[in-house]
Design a binder for this molecule. Sequence first.
Ligand code: T1G
Length: 699
Amino acid sequence: MAATVRLERAVRIGLVIVDNPPVNAISQSVRQGLEDCFRAAAQDASIDAVVLLCDGRTFIAGADLAEFDAPMAEPTCHQVFSVIEGMDKPVIAALHGTALGGGLETALACHYRVADSGARLGFPEINLGIVPGAGGTQRLPRIVGVQTAVQMLLSGNPIDAGEALSCGLVDAVTNQDLRRFALEFAERILKEGRGPRRACDVVIRRDEATTSLLQAERARVATAMPHRRVPAMDIDAVEAAIDLPFPKGLERETELSDASLETTESKAMRRLFFAERASSKIPGVDPESARSIASGGIVGGGTMGRGIAMAFANAGLPVTLMDVDSDALGRALDLIREEYGRRVSKGRMTEAELEHSMALIKGSTDYGKLADADVVIEAVFENMALKKKVIASLDSVCKPGAIIATNTSTLDVAEIASAIDRPSDVVGLHFFSPAQVMRLLEIVRTGDTANDVLATSMQLAKKLRKVGVLSGNSYGFIGNRMMDPYGREAEHLLLEGATPRRIDDVLQRFGMAMGILAVYDMAGVDVGYKVRQERKDQLPDDPGFYRSSSMLVERGWLGQKTGIGFYRYEKGSRERHDNPEAMEMFAAEAARLGIAQRQISDEEIEQRCLYAMINEGARVLEEGVALRASDIDVVYTSGYGFPRWRGGPMFHADTVGLREICARIDDFAKKLDPQYWQASDLLRSLADSGVAIADYVHD
Ligand code: T1G
């Protein structure tokens, strides 16, 4: 196997070069290679300075996450970095791409850092539930100060080269050839007689400002991330950098980092990292077979159509937004410009970037303008007849090989595709609102969808910076299908006497981004109602089934858009106020249906909503609608606000224990409506065999 690290020479400068595709992760062989090359450079009298750089698209992007489930093999990062930092010749790290986590820690062990102007530097470990364990929490505050260090560690967001220069994280930035620039920088260091500059020699003085800053950060993370342990552990590590001598600080960091790896939040979040990469891999589908996508077309200037058009423009893809009605089209383009304007006013976009994105979005009322698009997506009103009409119009104009997609969230994609003679080019591309923000893209295949269309859809997801997850073409696909029983239980609990605020508070305390009834009010209570009206003949025989939202809709209480729904809203505000009239209405209906109102525990609320979702998830796996349990968890954590630190509904199920969940389901079957509480065969068999569901793959 080719060496992952090599030592080259440029006159009196040694070049230690890492070459470990795809992202130069610090695997055991890279650690060994670094140690060997730096020791060799140290002993070579003809080498006066060393430049560390990487081949490929990025500098070291972190430790090798695949090695984390076993104790770290020697040499450890600490051993290697003490060799680098201990060098008595200046060591310069040359950074490009994404210098993240262990990669940035490697650079911090070097004496100087130079960066390509496009480089991004950061500590994403908090998004993996890990306390950095290779000296980052000890060296970073010594180099950039406590405040910046805490911000970088707790946000997990990378900073760009300009910010890194201004906070002293790097010493110079270039948009020229990085290797040559680093060599010139090394020569300058030598000429100026500037030797090694070791972070470990810096002493941080604790003062009142530092103490109150750390106290304020502790309070902030306790509120912002109440369920998580790792953010506070990061602050503990920074405190160690302030209060302990460097070697002791490193020991403390190792304790904290090792402990963080044992947390459920870390196991959940590390699994999600790989799950999000695995979801793009479809057995039997060759990613290389993807068709090229250089332009898109969207039909429908509504909320979804506008968001999808912005997602294309944000990814630099030219897109034509088509609407049959020129007034509607004009409004759509104005609303898009307004939305970008809000980003500019929040400093998240420049005027130039706004104009650039708007220039990528062309409006048209003529289907003909979509003739050359590589992919076209219909995003019109959720009605079968209308969608078939639009697909047929697209079929009549789109070039051979164009992908014809539907953004339906509930309708049968195969039925829509039956409107044209090229159903193999038809796929469901189910975006989530707001489509320019939400990361999830459910890719729905029918029995006819061609494999290269699926490969292209996955590639498009990546281009749009979305996470693509494959779903079978069954009602509600993966996400909405599991949402149904989750919402059903919440609505039944209303009839049994629980209030919307109580139910939503329980779900939020569980970690959901928002309670389900608040979600209905935000999306429009009528959205789900209309879908159920379309499927009247397939609904369970239960007068209480989603009865509370039906009553709201019948009364014209549609949620935020009408100022009243499960909650009441003041004009122009999204703050939720209780709606006692709704509770009276639900209580009267419960009496009419003979449903007793009673005291209900938070535990029952949480279990009924979550276990109903999990049980349906197991059915989705049984039927092969989802390929893997991890795909379901990716859907829920990237599209439905399920907490990443819980890993998703299927990972969470294992955390609770499948036997426990089956036992509760059996209890509910005795106490509640048994038609809803039958554990799926898969859940039951995995529970009986003691096998985790999180690793389940449909065969
Ligand atoms: N370890 C192992 N594999 C990794 C990896 C890593 N750190 N990063 C990426 N890969 C694999 C990934 O699974 C995929 O594989 C391929 O590389 C391309 O990745 C000690 C504890 C760098 C921004 O968190 O954020 O250091 O699917 O599809 O979109 O204190 O990868 O092709 O088989 O994502 O161009 C900290 C993680 C680790 C960065 C590139 N570092 N990586 O994005 O490609 S913890 C991170 C990323 C740590 C120290 C601590 C992204 C990227 P496959 P990709 P991309």
